[in-house]
Design a protein around this ligand. Sequence first.
Ligand SMILES: Nc1ncnc2c1ncn2[C@@H]1O[C@H](COP(=O)(O)OP(=O)(O)O)[C@@H](O)[C@H]1O
Ligand SMILES: [Mg+2]
Length: 408
Amino acid sequence: MMVVLSIDASSFLYEEILRAKKRFEEAYRSGDYAAARASALKAAELLRELARYRPWSAGKYLEMAEEYERIAETLGEPRRVIVARGGAAEIARRRKRGGEGEEIGGLDAEFEAEAEKLVARADVSWDDIVGLEEAKKSLIEAIIYSLARPDKPVRVEPPRRFLLYGPPGTGKTMLAMAASNMLGATFFNVSVDRVLSRYVGDSPRMIAAIFRVAYRRAPSIIFFDEIESLVARRDTGREAATGVVQTFLTELDGFKSKKMEKPVIIIAATNKPWLLDEAILSRFDKKIYVPLPDKEARIQLFRLHLEKKGFEVKGITYEELAELTEGYSGRDIANVCREAVIRMLRRANPGIYEAAGRINRVETLEELRYHVEPVTREDLLEAIKRIKPPVSRKDIERYERFAENTLG
Ligand SMILES: Nc1ncnc2c1ncn2[C@@H]1O[C@H](COP(=O)(O)OP(=O)(O)O)[C@@H](O)[C@H]1O
Ligand SMILES: [Mg+2]
């Protein structure tokens, strides 16, 4: 019932966070780590504040705050950046002391321990994903031909390096998770941007460690999200970034010919495929466009987030909802539904905010029952008005042009 707390009061905080995030990214990209650190700390502070305003997603915001604090810490100590004693200066010092092999081995183990931390749950099934039949088919086929054995002595090399590209919020992460789930794989969720900022200078070692751990824990899926940040950084001419692209390319090359008892599959995702150069693009066996949902898919998405969750919808059809949301991604539609449900709850429980304020024991709150009504046309229209898709017609054309010029 906490959903009734004031959302509006917190929306300005949200804007502030977006600004801090932007300042952080700009400062980081330009190499101004002191400014990046300050902005990261600011973002963390604001996120902690926001968590108080939005208790129903406090967990998420606190996690993000911690992430920013970790990044800030990393940036505060450019010499010892990163994993415990993993900085370049320290490596040099250890080498001087002799016993290089052992020491370096020890460091590799530390990076591998960090790589282990990227293992994430992937409890998404193919049925949870609306539409995207082509993408699903490609991934499922790759998994089948990786696991099953041919009935003649031939060597089939199923694609194992996938690039998913398309607008944000269209299901790329979900696809990777569903593939992992089907394969019973260890799922490595690697935000490339985060690896680059957390392991500044040491990202090549981190990337190499991720591959090693993935081979060891096979079957595995390594999901590299926001892969374009590799290149975005290379453009700024920073040495570390160039090293990481090189490592990445080398690993992808070695990957193709590597003999594997149990499959390892790489799935990379990007919202900005046009930033990737040929060197990177050519390393992927399969490049799959993950577009915005068409009308039929939008109908299914609305059903998924309303009807299938038990809500009744009044005064508007799913067909009409789909017509009103052309250009919306799956994530946008999920947000529209969430917003509409909150509106309905507020209307149905006008006194709950004050009532909850008088109760100060969790047990008593848990006994409280709140009222659920049908979600109305008005709720949904208002939510659609408030949530506008971030992707413009021109962006879409750009994705489509890229898709036309890129062999799947
Ligand atoms: N095709 C889809 N089917 C079902 N839900 C979707 C789909 N696309 C997006 N969503 C919703 O949007 C959220 C974000 O999707 P995600 O896979 O993280 O997008 P991306 O990785 O492409 O940015 C999901 O958690 C889900 O709620
Ligand atoms: Mg994603």
